[in-house]
Design a protein. Structure first.
Length: 171
């Protein structure tokens, strides 16, 4: 699954649609990619364009979906303590994927636990009265905010904790 995802991501981010081809047989994508490998991919672009073209809406949607899926997988395997060897392998794959996202200037942002400020790139799904709060705090991120080249491509979705006195109980 990761092999196909990496191949598709490499073809999508590096080459224009008319130049995309299958991954060469000599490139073993089951191994972790190094920064040098990613730089070679980037410099081999035939068009000389940026890796991500902000005008390509489907590509930006793909980057948002990949960022969200990466974030969810990372959360699922990030538990501490003794973990099976297979989970350790998945963690290494996720680290490689994180580096590939960084090289493509894709940033996945989870703001859980931070103070909420009006104007943040977030969709508040619900406001939950929480005892002891003096400010609005992001209690849980349901979907992360994703940026590409510092441009918002996916608005995050969160559950907001609010002080009990600030809740509007009218319908």
């Amino acid at each position: 699954m990761f092999k196909k995802l990496r191949e598709d991501l490499r073809q999508t981010l590096v080459y224009s649609k008319e130049f995309r081809i299958a991954a060469p047989s000599w490139w073993n994508l089951s191994d972790s990619l190094t920064i040098e490998d990613l730089n070679k991919l980037r410099s081999s672009s035939k068009t000389g364009d940026k890796m991500v073209n902000p005008g390509d809406k489907s590509l930006l949607n793909l980057a948002g979906e990949i960022g969200t899926t990466f974030w969810r997988l990372q959360r699922r395997v990030s538990s501490g303590g003794d973990v099976p060897q297979e989970i350790k392998k998945i963690r290494r794959d996720l680290e490689s994927m994180e580096e590939a996202l960084k090289q493509a200037n894709i940033e996945v942002e989870d703001l859980t636990g931070q103070k909420y400020v009006d104007g943040m790139a977030l969709k508040v799904l619900t406001r939950q009265p929480t005892p002891g709060l003096t400010d609005e705090i992001i209690l849980e991120t349901i979907k992360p905010t994703v940026y590409c080249n510092n441009n918002l491509i996916q608005r995050g979705e969160v559950i907001l904790g609010v002080p009990e006195k600030n809740v509007d109980h009218s319908g």
